[in-house]
Design a protein around this ligand. Structure first.
Ligand code: PEP
Length: 238
């Protein structure tokens, strides 16, 4: 079971450090759950400092470039992240695909480079509302999952785009169906993402093919993030 908080473009260094200090002992109460936070690049160092060396909470970046270095203004490479103590990265988040021209091909390149450098990867996939209505969910997922490199440090996050930041959560049955389909294509842990909150976490995490959650909005508040991690521990025990 893995619960990852995606902070998006929230929390500068000061706020990130305070959050990290607050949650650094959380894994002691959430047996069976790996906890990850994904701060903005500029807050990675402060988050790591706030957690301190001994915390089991892991810090991932929200993106990573495919080259080791070079003329790529605004990008950050896997070796740079590893040097800081960052142990993984998200790739292919739908906000990157929607607003920053991320394609299946660049997602593949980012994932491959990150894995090769030694990072763990959470690769995000998911259909838009129009694609679901056109009954294209499976073909979209097959295309997005199909390009991902096979690796034991890669985890997939199923995030239906219509459920991200909208308050509209996939029903547990819809999530389970998509997760089972993804797992038939790629045998990796599959996280659910899309308006996960303390109130719906347990039922979603209780589905047989839901191996954790990628949480946006509700990961920004330590109280709700803790509650979701505790739900993960409860689901892991069941
Ligand atoms: C996300 O950013 O990955 C996400 C799922 O956001 P939210 O939980 O706010 O829907």
């Amino acid at each position: 079971m893995l619960v990852a908080g995606n902070w998006k473009m929230f929390k500068g260094a000061h706020e990130a450090r305070n959050f990290a200090t607050r949650v650094r002992h959380l894994p002691e109460r959430t047996a069976g759950v790996e906890i990850v936070v994904c701060p903005p690049f500029v807050s990675l160092q402060a988050t790591l400092e706030g957690l301190g060396g001994a915390s089991l909470v892991r810090v991932y970046a929200q993106n990573v470039h495919w080259d080791l270095d070079g003329a790529f203004t605004g990008e950050v490479s896997a070796p740079m992240l590893l040097e800081l103590g960052v142990t993984g990265a998200l790739v292919g988040h739908s906000e990157r695909r929607q607003h920053f021209g991320e394609s299946d091909e660049t997602v593949r390149m980012r994932a491959e480079a990150a894995l090769e450098a030694g990072l763990s990867v959470i690769a995000c996939v998911g259909e838009t509302e129009a694609e679901r209505e056109a009954e294209e969910t499976e073909s979209v997922l097959a295309r997005q999952v199909g390009v991902l490199p096979r690796h034991d440090r890669l985890v997939i996050a199923y995030e239906p785009v219509w459920a991200i930041g909208t308050g509209r959560t996939a029903t547990p049955e819809t999530a389970q169906e998509a997760h089972a389909f993804i797992r038939s294509l790629y045998d990796a842990p599959v996280l659910y993402g899309g308006s996960v909150k303390p109130e719906n976490a347990l039922v979603l995490l209780g589905q047989p093919d839901v191996d954790g959650a990628l949480v946006g909005g509700a990961s920004l508040d330590p109280v709700s993030f803790e509650a979701i991690c505790l739900a993960g521990a409860e689901a892991a025990r069941a």
